[in-house]
Design a protein around this ligand. Structure first.
Ligand SMILES: C[S@@+](CC[C@H](N)C(=O)[O-])C[C@H]1O[C@@H](n2cnc3c(N)ncnc32)[C@H](O)[C@@H]1O
Length: 431
């Protein structure tokens, strides 16, 4: 497996990424290069990596020119997204990926601050590249050695996909952040550290709890869910409790809200948020949406925000939702769906930019699964296209491919969709 990591100077981020990836598996062939190579590797980058146990002191910046005539399994650009343009690799490559990081060599301030920036970026690079390694290199090398290069990038088994999701959201839940917003960009994670991709603002909504808002939603299902006082509401994939607390303000003291999440650290965070406010009618349960830990016919309303795309078996998820809804009850869920078959490189661009794409399915298929599970009156309440900036797409597409994509009508969308469980019906058979 041959991987080339690119940025401009090849003196800092690409060198740290090179060092990390090689340390995960010495048998990989990893190189790094830059379009305008510096004279030497940044000494703070070398020292920060040494502190973490990875020696890159023998590395030196190289020009990308020397690698243009080789064939690569992966070319990964690591420049930041906001004010920097990334190099476009014109050589032969199976998968182009962008994982952006801030440039710590541009940090200004006290020495302490500059060091903390180097350490922060070093640790972010480790996390993102380990995730990339687990998802794309480790499994292929051990399980699919013969045709690894032909497989799509996001080809993990269902079990692995769930574990990756759990790991990601644990990290987010445990992350300290003064703003309360998460910093997660890349695979298996519905948000972006650099851009506000999906987020609708909750800040003026009654019941809003800032510590519960990790910026992970892709709609405002509570606005559309027609909840009323006294209702029992179940929020699937409740995270730190953002939608649960808004729901609580609507259902009042006579109602009840139950959040379900499979990530322990999220449940802990949500419970702490509720305890801090002495909310006694909001419960958080650890559980998998494919096997919801609730009896049948308990919910007046089910909501969910940017979660079902992450669940591998969506049929099972919707049949579980159907089971827990009372007859005549309803759901409103926000989620990410696709329209049109997107080529692998566009999926990669979207995933790296926004997350929440690798598990997303076609909108028609999504609606059909809902209908097959017995739900009726299915209606899209809100739909928004997710736009990836050209500067990101151009890391994955040629200018012609970009123009074709823009004219194709294909894309990723966030939708909020409503449905009823039929009245007087406890089964999904012919009632
Ligand atoms: C994108 S976050 C959304 C969190 C929350 N709805 C919000 O808007 O803040 C996805 C959440 O769903 C949870 N999740 C993903 N797959 C799940 C599953 N199969 N069962 C239960 N929870 C799941 C994750 O742990 C994570 O907390």
């Amino acid at each position: 497996m041959k991987v080339l990591i690119l940025c401009t100077g090849n003196s800092c981020r690409s060198q740290m990424a090179h060092g990390w990836l090689q340390s995960f598996d010495p048998s990989l062939e990893v190189h790094s290069a830059g379009t305008e190579p510096a004279s030497r590797v940044n000494s703070k980058a070398v020292a920060a990596m040494a502190e973490a146990g990875v020696d890159i002191s023998s590395h030196f910046p190289k020009s990308v020119e020397r690698y243009l005539n080789e064939e690569w399994d992966y070319v990964i650009t690591v420049c930041g997204g906001a004010n920097e343009s990334c190099p476009v690799f014109t050589g032969k490559v199976k998968h182009r990926i962008h994982i952006g990081f801030d440039d710590p060599s541009h940090a200004t301030g006290t020495d302490n601050f500059i060091w903390s920036e180097f350490r922060r970026v070093r640790d972010e690079i480790k996390e993102q590249f380990y995730d990339f390694y687990l998802r794309n290199l480790k499994e292929k090398e051990t399980l699919q050695p013969d045709n690894a290069g032909d497989k799509p990038v996001f080809s993990d088994s269902k079990k692995d996909a769930k574990e990756v999701v759990k790991e990601k959201y644990s990290q987010i839940a445990l992350q300290e952040s003064s703003s309360g917003k998460s910093s997660c960009c890349g695979t298996a994670c519905c948000s972006s550290g650099e851009y506000s991709v999906f987020s609708d603002s909750y800040e003026t909504i009654e019941g809003y709890v800032p510590e519960a808002d990790l910026g992970l939603g892709c709609g405002l299902p509570t606005e559309y869910a027609k909840m009323k006082e006294g209702d029992t509401v179940v929020d699937l994939g409740s995270g730190a409790g953002n939608d649960c607390f808004v729901a609580r303000a609507i259902v009042g003291e006579s109602g009840k809200v139950i959040g379900i999440d499979m990530t322990e650290a999220m449940i802990e965070k949500a419970k702490a948020n509720a305890a801090k406010r002495n909310y006694s009618n909001v419960d958080f349960l650890l559980g998998d949406i494919e096997n919801i830990p609730l009896d049948e016919n308990v919910a007046d309303v089910v909501v969910s925000n940017c979660v079902l795309n992450l669940v591998p078996d969506k049929q099972k998820a919707f049949s579980e939702i159907f089971r827990i809804l009372k007859p005549g009850a309803h759901l409103s869920v926000s989620d990410v769906v696709l329209e049109g078959e997107l080529p692998d490189n566009i999926k990669q661009a979207n995933e790296m930019y926004a997350g929440c794409v690798s598990g997303a399915i076609q909108k028609d298929e999504y609606l059909k699964i809902m209908s097959d599970s017995g739900l009726m009156n299915i209606m899209i309440q809100q739909e928004k296209v997710i736009t990836v900036p050209d500067e990101i797409l151009l890391n994955y597409l040629s200018l012609q491919e970009l123009a074709d994509y823009k004219n194709s009508g294909k894309g990723i969308f966030s939708i909020t969709v409503y449905a009823d469980k039929p009245m007087g019906c406890n089964c999904k058979c012919e009632c």
